[in-house]
Design a protein around this ligand. Sequence first.
Ligand code: NAD
Length: 346
Amino acid sequence: ESARIDAFDSHEQIFLGEDPSRGLKAIVAIHNTRLGPALGGTRIWPHETFDAALTDVLRLSRGMTLKAAISGLPFGGGKALIVADARTAKTPELLDAYAEMLLALKDRFWTAEDVGMTLADADYLRARTPNVSGTSSGGGGNPSPITAEGVFLGLKAAVEHRHGSEDLTGLKVAVQGLGAVGWALCERLHAAGAALIVADIDADRAGEATSEFGARKCAADAIHAADADIFAPCALGGMLNGNSIPELKAGIIAGSANNQLAREEDAVLLKESGILYAPDYVINSGGLINVAAELEPGGYEAEAAFARLRHIPETLADIFHRAEATGMTTNEVAEALALERIAAAS
Ligand code: NAD
């Protein structure tokens, strides 16, 4: 078993793209294509070292393989990272250079939005290379609202499992990160009667949530420890670690961020602390489901994407029950289910 997982951990291919004159420094990681061509977003983030960038993209692309498998999609896992500050360095020249890199990989890698890449960027790239989804012309558009819808459904499945009812009225939810997904999740939680505690490193964003949702603001470095029933991490990864887990007060973790666990062992720490963890690549799979729907031979159909989205709470309920029955962590159960699907297709 461990040999199988070790083999699963190695990547099939890693491509580096560098064009100093146009500011491009990019990594495309193709993890596993047994279920189909690699599909994964492009993150634009100013990592300080090459090692940090490589670690980020490799962990993300592995997660994409698991995400596609557990969602029953005919795609493999891949991810791209452009090392740049999206607010200051995302020029048309940089995107042109990246589009050329994508075009060279058009038979192996499909991409879409991730942190730092907008719908307008996806449309810009799609005009230059065919292997881009999450676009206006493809019909699926920005995947973030559908990701938030999937997280909302998954969060309710976790509440149902823990409290015997999915009613969110009066429950306190601490939301970390008020970007495209975090904000759309807050809209749904607020409409469902939850009380929100929010944090973002962008103070304006947190201020807007206060007026829009009556949310209570919290410092970004303390939101994980807020007095809440549910913690919804919707910023970047690694926030669940040996330092933060002992400080958590929430009994449920259900959020959109990729790679929430700093290390696999942190899932054990969560279990031992009695915290119900919704594995990230299961609960946040709505975006992938939507961009994959855009690549269907018959074109994008919203109803088909929503039908698949409605499996997220069912899959999570199954994972929660199996974890309880076996004593495994929810993460181990999710990974075993995803690996089973990959093995069955091989
Ligand atoms: P985004 O860039 O729109 O938003 C991220 C937000 O988090 C920003 O407002 C940023 O200021 C804030 N932030 C960053 N670090 C923070 C910190 N330490 N504390 C508090 N706030 C912080 O990104 P997004 O598209 O909303 O994605 C959020 C997360 O969900 C990412 O991990 C992403 O990989 C994951 N995800 C997104 C999608 C999607 O469809 N957009 C799909 C699956 C997973």
